[in-house]
Design a protein around this ligand. Structure first.
Ligand code: NAD
Ligand code: TYD
Length: 355
């Protein structure tokens, strides 16, 4: 048996594939377009592992997923492939619609066709796991209870709107055609291999290099942080025992303001790499102009996955952030590679005009 992962050269996909091969023997086929966010260097440690097959391809191309399915005959698809950065979606939503909406639609069409061709036993066991985000619920007020799986979708950015559209399509393939899909909604992840455009790796890299730490607005926006390995464990449980047609929230019960997150990164950097740059690193914090439509607060209730699947996060923010900062400090070659070339153009586009 084998599983198909899409987007397995990105941040969470890489962690999932590496974890998967550690946890068992089942092979994994990894389909990834290798956009700026996908990186084969992430998968170097399994380059000679015959259980891992890499296919470079675009899920939005109509022939790509069908040909991977017919060649590898997986028992499940774990769908990570997406455009994922809110700020990039503000500067240019086109790719988000193309990959997240059209790409997910093509994947569902291919999965449906493939699933219908399976024998009854395989048909019963087949799963499509759609990996999505808490951002589909939009912004919560300070007094709102954390969102449950029943909350109304109210996406506010082109990114979250494209993920919401994909989730609705996924849902419709269950209700209309009976395709055994499950959607997971996860809070903000952090950990190794995250592209340094997102808050935690950006601040870690800038802080380690003695560069400014640009916090949007007043820095009091709240996110619920989850260490990526905990997300991977949750996804494995959902794949194993989740019920088709259901939605499961996954989160760390760890709501923090951006200022608090950045301050903790600064303390870890001061502790782990003292003497190399400006200290204390928190002096590098600069408040810059806000992100348009910036959601104030995300928070998710996780009672359903705890109750049904017995999943709980293992890492606290204190332990997870220390591992993460250490990983970035220990992986300079990876960082130098991903922060060269086009990355600089992105920094110019997103940060140069912020007051
Ligand atoms: P990422 O941006 O690090 O990686 C995305 C991967 O998808 C890259 O390897 C990229 O090359 C690949 N990809 C993009 N377009 C593709 C296409 N058309 N065809 C094939 N591959 C393509 O993203 P991530 O942070 O690892 O997120 C993975 C998934 O998890 C996404 O669906 C995202 O919405 C979801 N998610 C992320 C977070 C988070 O905090 N990072 C939280 C909740 C949910
Ligand atoms: P991000 O990592 O982009 O994730 P998301 O917007 O999907 O939650 O941002 C996390 C929070 O950090 C969000 O409130 C925006 C804020 N932020 C900054 O203040 N400065 C930055 O340079 C970045 C990238 C994000």
């Amino acid at each position: 048996m084998t599983i198909l992962v899409t987007g397995g050269a990105g941040f969470i996909g890489t962690n999932f594939v590496l974890d998967w091969l550690k946890a068992g023997d089942e092979p994994v086929v990894n389909l990834d377009k290798l956009t700026y966010a996908g990186n084969l260097r992430n998968l170097q440690s399994i380059a000679n592992d015959t259980r891992h097959s890499f296919v470079q391809g675009d899920i939005a191309e109509p022939d790509t997923v069908p040909s991977v399915l017919s060649e590898h005959c997986p028992r499940a698809i774990v769908h990570f492939a997406a455009e994922t950065h809110v700020d990039r979606s503000i500067h240019g939503p086109q790719n988000f619609i193309q990959t997240n909406v059209v790409g997910t639609f093509r994947l569902l069409e291919a999965a449906l066709h493939y699933w219908r061709s399976l024998e009854d036993a395989q048909k019963n066991d087949f799963r499509v796991l759609n990996v999505s985000t808490d951002e589909v619920f939009g912004s919560l007020s300070p007094d709102d209870a954390p969102a449950t799986e029943e909350n109304r979708y109210a996406p506010n950015s082109p990114y979250s709107a494209s993920k919401a559209a994909a989730d609705h399509l996924v849902r419709s393939y269950f209700h209309t055609y009976g395709l055994p899909v499950i959607t997971t909604l996860c809070s903000n992840n952090y950990g190794p291999y995250q592209f340094p455009e997102k808050l935690i790796p950006l601040m870690t890299v800038n802080g380690s290099r003695g560069q400014a730490l640009p916090i949007y607005g007043d820095g009091k926006n709240i996110r619920d942080w989850l260490y990526v390995a905990d997300h991977c464990t949750a996804l494995r449980s959902v794949l194993d025992r989740g019920r088709p047609g259901e939605v499961y929230n996954i989160a760390g019960n760890c709501e923090m303001t951006n200022v608090d997150v950045v301050t903790q990164i600064c303390s870890q950097l001061d502790d782990l790499s003292s003497g190399n740059a400006v200290e204390p690193r928190r002096d590098l914090i600069e408040f810059v102009s806000d992100r348009p439509g910036h959601d104030r607060r995300y928070a998710l209730a996780t009672a359903k996955i705890e109750r049904e699947l017995g999943w709980q996060p293992q890492e606290t923010f204190a332990t997870g952030i220390r591992k993460t900062v250490k990983w970035y400090l220990d992986n300079q070659a990876w960082l130098d590679e991903v922060t060269s070339g086009q990355y600089r153009q992105w920094l110019d586009l997103n940060y140069a005009k912020r007051a």
